[in-house]
Every structure is written in structure tokens, then in C-alpha cells.
Write a protein that binds this ligand. Structure first.
Ligand SMILES: CC(C)(COP(=O)(O)OP(=O)(O)OC[C@H]1O[C@@H](n2cnc3c(N)ncnc32)[C@H](O)[C@@H]1OP(=O)(O)O)[C@@H](O)C(=O)NCCC(=O)NCCS
Length: 185
């Protein structure tokens, strides 16, 4: 795994034949292709809608650029974007924590890609940023995501019962945490 510092604050994290890198304007087509999928969006917040339109893709990339969200990143293979991974830092007394999130295009599922991406990303966050802990929130029923988090060393810390309202029903919300001191690459 290599961290490249490029021009300005550009950076790329490599893992195998894949990379975690900044979103680019020409990611729009691939973003629509892989994000516009109910199987992906059903476990994401409503900000990641279904259908996922061209307008959604363009707005997302603009939003990241305008707000300089340097920790909201694309996952790409050698050809194109295939998913996303990001961290949103908390503030105030929680300022040493961030919430991580991720998704992957369905054709690439169950090949260990997100498990490797998440390890790479957590290593980057703990090494290059001042985070003491990372949090991940998972909706009830998302067994693949829970498995990925547990393989990365995240621990289930609690359940917010019926706190998510998605598809006209309330479901539980699992809170996972990973401390810097417990993280092993
Ligand atoms: C969750 C997601 C990112 C996983 O990506 P991925 O690259 O397929 O993950 P990996 O291949 O690294 O690991 C998946 C693990 O879950 C397991 N798994 C998959 N489906 C499962 C299921 N229904 N029940 C239990 N385990 C399951 C796999 O066997 C694998 O575990 P293993 O390595 O021990 O065999 C992908 O499914 C996705 O994008 N889902 C929709 C969006 C989403 O849920 N994002 C996360 C929000 S918290």
C-alpha cells in the first residue's frame, strides 16, 4: 500500500490493482452506472437516492469540489470509478472522531475489494490525520457491511433501535467503532 502525495493536496491510496483517489469531473458516467442501483442505495442514506440520476452525479462531484471535502473519495480500478469511500470528521468534543462510509458497484461485490479499501483508508486516516476513533453506522439487514467492518477491527458498540426510517419503515441502526490503538493493518 503506497500513499502518493501529488500536486496540491491530491493523494492516491493504492491497494492491489485498485486505488482510492479524488473524484474527477469525468467520473460522472461511471458514477451513474454503478450508483444507480437499488441494491446499493437501499443501505445508504437518502442523500444517495434511487434512481441515481445524472443530475445527482454532477451535483455530488460539484459539492465535493466546492466544499473541498478531501476525505470524500472515489474507489477506482484501472479503468474507471467503481465505488466510493469517505470520512466526515465530527466537531467540538468529538473532533478526534470521524464517521466512515463506503459503497461499491454491484458487479464487484464479494471479491474482498471493500475490505481492502477500508483497511487502506483507516490506515491513512489514523496515520495522516489526528483521529483517535472512527465510527460507522449500519442499517439493520446489511450483513455484508457488518462483516466488512468486523474484519477491519470495528466493534459493535450499540444499537439505536428503530432509528432509521427507510422505505416507509423503521429499522435499527448499528453503531460500530474502531480505536486507533486497536487498529492493525
Ligand atoms: C457493503 C459492501 C460495500 C461490501 O463490499 P464488498 O467489496 O462486496 O465487501 P467484501 O467482499 O470485502 O466483504 C464482504 C463480506 O461480507 C460477506 N457477505 C456478503 N453478503 C453477505 C450476507 N448476505 N450475509 C453475511 N455475509 C455476507 C462476504 O462473504 C464477505 O465476507 P468474507 O470475506 O468473510 O467472505 C457492498 O455490498 C455495497 O456496496 N453494499 C451497498 C452499499 C452499502 O451497504 N454500503 C455500506 C453502508 S454502511
Amino acid at each position: 500500500m503506497v500513499v502518493h502525495s501529488g500536486i496540491g493536496n491530491r493523494m492516491t491510496l493504492k491497494f492491489g490493482n485498485f486505488q482510492i483517489r479524488e473524484f474527477q469531473q469525468n467520473d460522472v458516467e461511471a458514477l451513474i452506472k454503478y450508483a444507480n442501483n437499488y441494491a446499493v442505495s437501499k443501505f445508504m442514506r437518502d442523500a444517495f437516492p434511487y434512481p441515481y440520476t445524472r443530475e445527482n452525479a454532477v451535483q455530488w462531484i460539484d459539492y465535493i469540489k466546492k466544499n473541498d471535502l478531501t476525505l470524500s473519495l472515489a474507489i477506482a480500478n484501472e479503468m474507471e470509478l467503481i465505488g466510493g469511500i469517505g470520512a466526515i470528521p465530527y466537531d467540538d468534543v468529538h473532533r478526534y472522531s470521524a464517521e466512515v462510509g463506503f459503497w461499491l458497484g454491484e458487479p464487484f461485490w464479494n471479491r474482498g475489494i471493500i475490505s481492502k479499501a477500508l483497511k487502506t483508508f483507516c490506515n491513512y486516516l489514523f496515520t495522516n490525520h489526528n483521529f483517535n476513533r472512527l465510527t460507522a453506522n449500519v442499517f439493520e439487514g446489511n450483513e455484508a457491511s457488518r462483516r466488512v467492518l468486523e474484519k477491519t477491527g470495528f466493534v459493535l458498540e450499540g444499537t439505536q433501535r428503530k432509528s432509521v426510517f427507510k422505505e416507509n419503515k423503521f429499522v435499527d441502526h448499528y453503531i460500530y467503532g474502531l480505536l486507533k490503538e486497536d487498529f492493525k493493518i
